[in-house]
Design a protein around this ligand. Structure first.
Ligand code: GLN
Length: 457
């Protein structure tokens, strides 16, 4: 198959199904086909190209793409076209992958269903009355609906892994610092990480290899060799491995069908020769509370730059003759941000205010340290840890929108890895009996041991 054929097939599939799925915010047929033609020519001329050269890809709309709109699912960035590529995008281009478009997401990656997108929700290809998860529902649905073979997402508290779980795809959050954040519009800088969404573990590993590695443009980028994730994905041998079930990430609040498929996975791993043990991470119980203080604090700071002067939207306040900069800023932020974004900016501003800083942000950071220590202790007893990725299968539109806390709970199993900087991989575990929808299991490894995820996955 030539790259032009593959890219055309992807673009045709997008035209055919995206009216009902809404996975894409922008499609770039000309740019994608130009890359495809170039790759085909270079291959015909005998040039050695990497394994993903010519494979069409979709990129979450929170990642800067030169010459292509980057809205973050927000009205405030409508019409903004970045003048530069994120490092992840530069590497994808260097690998010869045609970028067919930018995918839908909850506004600024805040949400678990894509219902918070300013451009309408993405629908789950398994059942279009249901959400695809979020915030990266667009990337996951695009892969699940066979619009693209592979995509890029970002994961701050689960936004790659949870949508992957809800759409029956594979999703990976690499070790914090493993993939450059340069050009990724920051949600919560100490938690954000970009990674692959794909149909197989091996595909994810091939993309991981393309995007990972040191980048001087990101001060938190890890300066050491990337583990051989592709060899690990090919190996797939768990005999003699110690696999820990995290006791706290299951039980109450987890759907029976999700738990049943998790049980199947444990049985499968045991049969394959793994030594499955139970481990306890007692402070993980407080991860959600800590996350919802740390994340909004960073959000309130990171989103301060949308001041009506630098990017995108500018709204004049009603009935004011010569408005001040503050009035324009207020009117623009009021019109440009959605409710969930405003809620988090207010929460974060409150948590960081003098007088409350120690009680909220300071305490949350201490809890974060305790969670990291719990994981470090668990990794003394096990090489990797496993749990269901999300407590439920895909839920119906509107089910959680009236209740932010219920929505937040869908990330209870994924966000501990972000707090501790650990890599995590979600892989389908089968269909839940009660609704016939995909369930998934996640694998967690110590920081920088991403190869273990791919081996077990
Ligand atoms: N759903 C979580 C949130 O709303 C995670 C978001 C993310 O990973 N970007 O914060």
């Amino acid at each position: 198959v030539s790259s032009v054929d593959a890219t055309r097939a992807s673009l045709e599939r997008i035209s055919a199904v995206d009216d009902s799925i809404n996975a894409f915010l922008h499609v770039d047929p000309d740019g994608a086909l130009a890359t495809a033609r170039d790759v085909d020519e270079r291959r015909a001329a005998g040039e050695e190209l990497g394994p993903l050269a010519g494979v069409p890809i979709a990129v979450k709309d929170i990642i800067a793409t030169k010459g292509l709109p980057t809205t973050c699912g927000s009205k405030i960035l409508e019409g903004w076209v970045p003048p530069y590529d994120a490092t992840v995008v530069a590497r994808i281009r260097a690998a010869g992958m045609p970028i067919v478009g930018k995918t839908n997401m909850d506004e600024f990656a805040m949400g678990s269903s894509t219902e918070h997108s300013a451009y309408g929700p993405t629908r789950n290809p398994w059942d279009t009355d249901r959400v695809p998860g979020g915030s990266g529902g667009g990337s996951a649905a695009a892969v699940a609906a066979r619009q693209v073979p592979i995509a890029i997402g970002t994961d701050t508290g689960g936004s790659i892994r949870q949508p992957s779980a809800l759409t029956g795809t594979v999703g990976v959050k690499p070790t914090y610092g493993g993939v450059s954040r340069y050009g990724l519009v920051a949600m919560a800088s100490s938690l954000d990480q970009a990674g692959p969404v794909s149909r197989s573990v091996l595909d994810a590993a091939l993309l991981h290899e393309v995007i990972a590695g040191h980048d001087p443009m990101d001060s938190t980028s890890i300066d050491r060799r990337v583990p051989d994730v592709v060899a690990a994905a090919r190996r797939g041998d768990v005999s003699g491995m110690r696999i820990g079930i995290v006791k706290e990430l299951g039980g109450e609040g987890f759907q029976p069908g999700v738990e049943a498929r998790f049980g199947d996975v444990v049985e499968l791993l045991t049969k394959a020769g793994a030594d499955v043990v139970e481990v306890s991470c007692p402070h993980v119980e407080h991860a959600l509370a800590a996350y919802y203080l740390i994340m909004p604090s960073e959000v309130s700071s990171n989103l301060a730059k949308f001041d009506a002067m630098r990017y995108g939207l500018r709204v004049a306040p009603d009935g004011v003759d010569a408005p001040s900069a503050e009035q324009v800023m207020a009117a623009t932020r009021d019109a440009g941000f959605g409710d969930e974004v405003k809620r988090r900016i207010i929460l974060g501003t409150y948590a960081l205010s003098s007088g409350y800083y120690d009680a909220y942000y300071g305490s949350a950071q201490k809890v974060r340290t305790l969670i990291s220590r719990d994981f470090a202790a668990a990794f003394e007893q096990a090489d990797v840890l496993i749990s269901p990725t999300a407590p439920t299968t895909a839920f119906k539109f509107g089910d959680m929108m009236g209740d932010p806390l219920a929505m937040y709970l869908n990330d209870v199993a994924t966000l501990p890895a972000n707090l501790a900087g650990l890599p995590g991989l979600s892989v389908p575990s089968g269909l839940a009996d009660e609704d016939g929808l995909p369930a998934a299991v996640q694998v967690l490894a110590p920081a920088t041991a991403d190869d273990r995820l791919y081996n077990v996955g």
